[in-house]
Design a binder for this molecule. Structure first.
Ligand SMILES: Nc1ncnc2c1ncn2[C@@H]1O[C@H](COP(=O)(O)OP(=O)(O)O)[C@@H](O)[C@H]1O
Ligand SMILES: [Mg+2]
Length: 307
């Protein structure tokens, strides 16, 4: 009992000290309720001088966020920074409260295991079946055979591929191939999923199904960031929208006051199929204050991105 109290006192003292240090440094403390935090991040390319410029944003744990902007506006640059394929020239990127610049090479590999990443061109292994494309990820991250046998059929059922286990990628439609790549990205239930133009190669109807799937994943607690240049679709969905233009953040709005849990996947899908409502382009609102809800899955996030 006494020992517990002593530990609690020591912990409180350490916290107070840390708070005092932050106050004197002037540096903002990482807000651990944020899944993603960018602070004045700039990353340009030598040749084109384009990229991402002085971008500051926060994405809370559990959010579903669209990243929109024309081709060349910097969406993929932002995604690549988050995967730590690129590093910023200036500014700071924190994921789960951790500064990505501080990661060692080994830590980068571990960090990436906690990310699900989905691309426009699916990036499936052409000579492996659907089953093996997903099983492969588990093999390289050290899962046992038993785990693989349990997890792969499960995730393929959840993503609507139960009857396609033994097909090869070229025997599938574009939408099915994207489902496989989403199954692969989500099989380890990462706390953060990044999708870069996941519907860029798909027709509108198939795209709705893919967005619904990403939304379902979000409803399990995973934070989801989806880059797309399909404004029309995004404007219907009443989710937070961040817009880039020539590498700069030009819009950040939470369209409506909808928390992830108050819309079913079917309602979400129906919404996307409806004619677009008038986009609400209000300025000056604080999307985070608007969100006004508890960040979900704190413990899982901490576990995944801990030191
Ligand atoms: N490897 C690169 N070298 C030089 N310029 C690049 C490179 N990658 C992207 N860019 C430029 O940076 C800008 C942003 O690109 P990108 O982030 O891919 O935009 P988006 O994904 O929104 O289409 C574009 O002008 C693009 O031409
Ligand atoms: Mg891109």
């Amino acid at each position: 009992m006494a020992a517990t109290e002593e530990r609690a006192r020591a912990r409180d003292a350490a916290r107070a000290q840390a708070a005092a240090r932050r106050a004197t440094d002037g540096a903002a403390a990482p807000d651990r309720a944020n899944a993603i935090e960018l602070r004045s991040v700039t990353r340009t390319y030598d040749v084109s001088k384009a990229g991402l410029r002085d971008t500051t944003l926060e994405i809370r744990r559990g959010e579903f966020v669209f990243l929109v902007g024309q081709t060349g506006s910097g969406k993929s640059t932002l995604m690549r920074l988050l995967v730590r394929e690129l590093e910023p020239e200036s500014g700071q990127i924190l994921v789960g409260g951790r500064d990505l610049a501080a990661l060692t090479r080994k830590q980068v590999a571990l960090y990436r295991r906690n990310l699900g990443v989905v691309f426009q061109d699916f990036k499936l292994l052409p000579n492996r079946t659907v089953y093996d494309n997903v099983a492969y990820v588990l093999q390289v991250t050290g899962s046992s055979r038993r785990e693989i046998r349990a997890k792969v059929p499960d995730i393929l059922r959840l993503t609507g591929l139960a009857t396609k286990l033994h097909h090869y990628p070229d025997q599938l439609s574009g939408g099915e191939q994207q489902r496989v790549s989403i199954a692969r990205a989500f099989v380890n239930h990462p706390p953060l999923l990044l999708a870069d133009e996941p519907t860029g190669n798909l027709d509108p109807e198939t795209s709705v199904g893919i967005m619904q799937l990403l939304y379902r994943i979000n409803r399990t607690g995973t934070t989801v960031l989806v880059a797309t240049h399909d404004h029309a679709m995004v404007d219907r969905m009443r989710r937070r929208v961040i817009e880039l233009d020539a590498g700069r953040l030009v819009r950040d709005e939470l369209a409506g006051r909808y928390a992830p849990s108050d819309m079913s996947t079917a309602e979400f899908g129906a919404l996307m199929s409806e004619p677009a409502p008038q986009p609400r382009r209000g300025g000056g609102e604080d999307p985070l204050a608007e969100a006004g809800r508890e960040p979900g899955l704190g413990a899982e996030f901490d576990e995944a991105f801990r030191d």
